[in-house]
Design a protein around this ligand. Structure first.
Ligand code: NCD
Length: 296
């Protein structure tokens, strides 16, 4: 996210809108996406693959532990050097922070980071920004709360950085042990971003235009007992939304566990399934831009 400015983001959002309108049929004909997911994924992987196929491209897959030569001891760098000769662009997810950067340095083709450990998830942020823009018709001037696992949540880290390029007010709602990383807060402060930290969720709900909820990232806790203490800390039910602003939209990168009760899905606030669909359009725009198929 640090490599993008507001103008770049504006270009991605503009092309994403054209994708949602069904433009650019056949744009990816003759192109191949390498889909390399070394960590579980449903939306990110399938929306990348769907994005490619729906515009006429093809997908090859090298994923899951045991499928690539990484289990034989091949380095990620070597794997990427080879796989990048078989395709035009790679979407990857990896458990190690910095893996996408390493891959991008090794490859001669574009690498799109679909999540590197607890670090970053920039394509998610672009689809989140697109979703915010779709629901509120603007980004500047909004109040946005991020809730849940702000420490390990890579979607949160990228989103806070992405939003820092706009004039927004941020509320960070988490138990103390899962609050935003200090370095990230320092970065926001240096940029003059208005933010505050909170432990209670309910008083924040009426104040915001976007409530961005996240899953407590069980797999990243070094101590399972610590996870047990916080796993059910926030559970949104419809009654909690009674004082929400009319335009408020509840977003979540998904998967959810217990943090949003399924009965919330039928309220006008729920946007997370459409948000997941938007991932296809935004990833189409990103693939097109990085392959130089649309003007940047
Ligand atoms: C997220 C991820 O993998 O970081 N999911 C996603 O990509 N939509 C969030 C999560 O796993 O909780």
């Amino acid at each position: 996210m640090r490599n993008l400015d507001a103008k770049d983001i504006g270009i991605v959002l503009k092309h994403s809108k054209a994708m949602i309108q069904g433009k650019h049929k056949g744009l990816f004909e003759g192109k191949i996406l390498g889909s390399m997911f070394f960590e579980p994924s449903t939306r990110t992987r399938l929306s990348f693959e769907s994005a490619m196929e729906r515009l006429g491209g093809k997908v090859i897959t090298a994923a899951e532990a045991g499928v690539t030569s990484s289990t034989k001891g091949e380095t990620l760098s070597d794997s990427i050097k080879v796989i990048s000769r078989y395709c035009d662009i790679i979407a990857m997810r990896h458990p190690y922070e910095g893996a996408a950067r390493l891959a991008a340095d090794a490859a001669k083709i574009p690498i799109l980071n679909g999540g590197d450990g607890a670090n970053q998830h920039p394509t998610q942020t672009l689809l989140d920004l697109f979703s915010i823009q779709e629901t509120q018709k603007k980004i500047d001037g909004l109040s946005i709360a991020m809730v849940g696992d702000l420490k390990y949540g890579r979607t949160i880290h990228s989103l806070a950085q992405g939003l820092s390029l706009f004039k927004v007010r941020m509320f960070f709602v988490a138990p103390d042990i899962l609050q935003m990383p200090k370095e990230l807060l320092a970065e926001l402060k240096a940029k003059g971003v208005r933010y505050s930290l909170h432990e209670k969720l309910e008083p924040i709900i009426p104040k915001v235009d976007i409530l961005y909820d996240t899953r407590i990232q069980k797999e990243r806790f070094p101590d399972p007992l610590e996870y047990e203490k916080v796993k059910n800390i926030y559970q949104i039910v419809p009654e909690m939304l009674a004082r929400a602003k009319k335009n408020m939209r509840l977003m979540h990168p998904l998967p959810r566990v217990t943090e949003i009760h399924p009965s919330v899905d039928a309220t006008p606030y729920a946007y997370y399934f459409q948000q997941a669909e938007n991932g296809v359009y935004v990833r189409q725009a990103l693939i097109a831009l990085t392959l130089g198929l649309l003007p940047s």
